[in-house]
Unconditional design. Structure first.
Length: 318
């Protein structure tokens, strides 16, 4: 093949001309890096170049081609792409995940919770060793606080379990169901207000859709695409089938702070000592340090730091 200023000529091995046509009469595929160029002649003939680097297309002067050939564009891309990924993962995606979580109706949250309990029935079957009277008193105390906050008691259910592996632990499911262990209850034996402050912290996670937000983040782009195109059925199925993620969640410091402040504000609202949540976290922190053999504890999903406790104390002073 010979490429002149305005002609393309294709020869046989014996130098006989097969095709000879003006470039303006040709149809030339856009060049794709790594693939040979293809030329279509007016006669119906097609020529595929042996050399993958050959580029006879009119768009060889296009922006894409310019980027491919300009090293400065390449260097720019090397820095731009990681920056875009960072911005998306740290700002855009977390914000979008939260907004999606806020639109999920309560009925779907109930379905997600039901699926979680079904999937983790082995955990729930670890029946509590607390007396029925003790469990009833705690539930009554909790629902009294919920009622004072003008929340619906039927939307908040306590499940008590006994679990050596979980230690002193509690975690909230999307519909307001809160699972708490005997060890957590026993830790605050004799001071139910401390336990109430922790339960209100869990209510804060529910109110702010923290668990759902983390699940949506873990599912990723597929979730956002379903949300954008309005495929609610696929969206709900995806979340429900991913409900097992709740056992693996670790709330961010920001989420923990939000839940701490929620508990703090609600304690004040029902005329309780706002220092309760800080005292509860301090006691829980000491317990965890003393029981280092516990693999899964409250700290695994609710990181406790001195900064958190200090932040609560400072907020009370203000």
């Amino acid at each position: 093949m010979r490429d002149t200023a305005d002609q393309i000529i294709v020869y046989r091995d014996n130098d006989d001309i097969i095709e000879n046509s003006s470039k303006k009469d040709l149809e030339i595929d856009q060049k794709v890096p790594g693939l040979p160029i293809t030329i279509y002649f007016p006669s119906g003939g097609k020529f595929v170049a042996d050399d993958e680097s050959a580029d006879l297309s009119e768009d060889s002067k296009s922006l894409v081609s310019a980027i491919e050939k300009n090293k400065y564009f390449l260097y720019f891309g090397i820095f731009l792409i990681p920056a875009m990924i960072y911005i998306f993962s740290t700002a855009i995606f977390p914000y979008t995940s939260l907004k999606i979580a806020e639109t999920i109706p309560y009925e779907m949250k109930q379905m997600i919770t039901a699926q979680f309990l079904k999937t983790n029935d082995g955990l729930i079957k670890n029946q509590s060793n607390l007396t029925n009277e003790r469990k009833q008193n705690i539930t009554k105390m909790f629902h009294q606080g919920i009622t004072q906050l003008n929340l619906k008691t039927e939307n908040y259910n306590l499940i008590f379990i006994s679990s050596d592996e979980s230690g002193a632990n509690a975690f909230a499911l999307p519909d307001g169901t809160i699972i708490l262990t005997d060890d957590l209850v026993n830790l605050y034996e004799g001071d139910d207000d401390l336990l109430l402050s922790v339960l209100l912290h869990e209510v804060g996670h529910v109110a702010n859709n923290h668990g759902l937000t983390l699940v949506i983040r873990s599912i990723g782009t597929v979730m956002i695409l379903n949300y954008i195109i309005g495929d609610i059925s696929a969206l709900s199925d995806l979340i429900i089938t991913s409900s097992a993620f709740f056992l693996q969640l670790s709330f961010s410091r920001e989420m923990e702070t939000d839940a701490d402040y929620y508990s703090l504000s609600k304690l004040i609202e029902i005329n309780k000592d706002p220092n309760l949540i800080a005292r509860a976290l301090e006691k829980l922190s000491i317990y965890t340090e003393d029981d280092g053999d516990i693999v899964t504890s409250y700290l695994s999903s609710h990181p406790i730091t001195k900064d958190r406790i200090s932040s609560i104390s400072n907020a009370i002073k203000k």
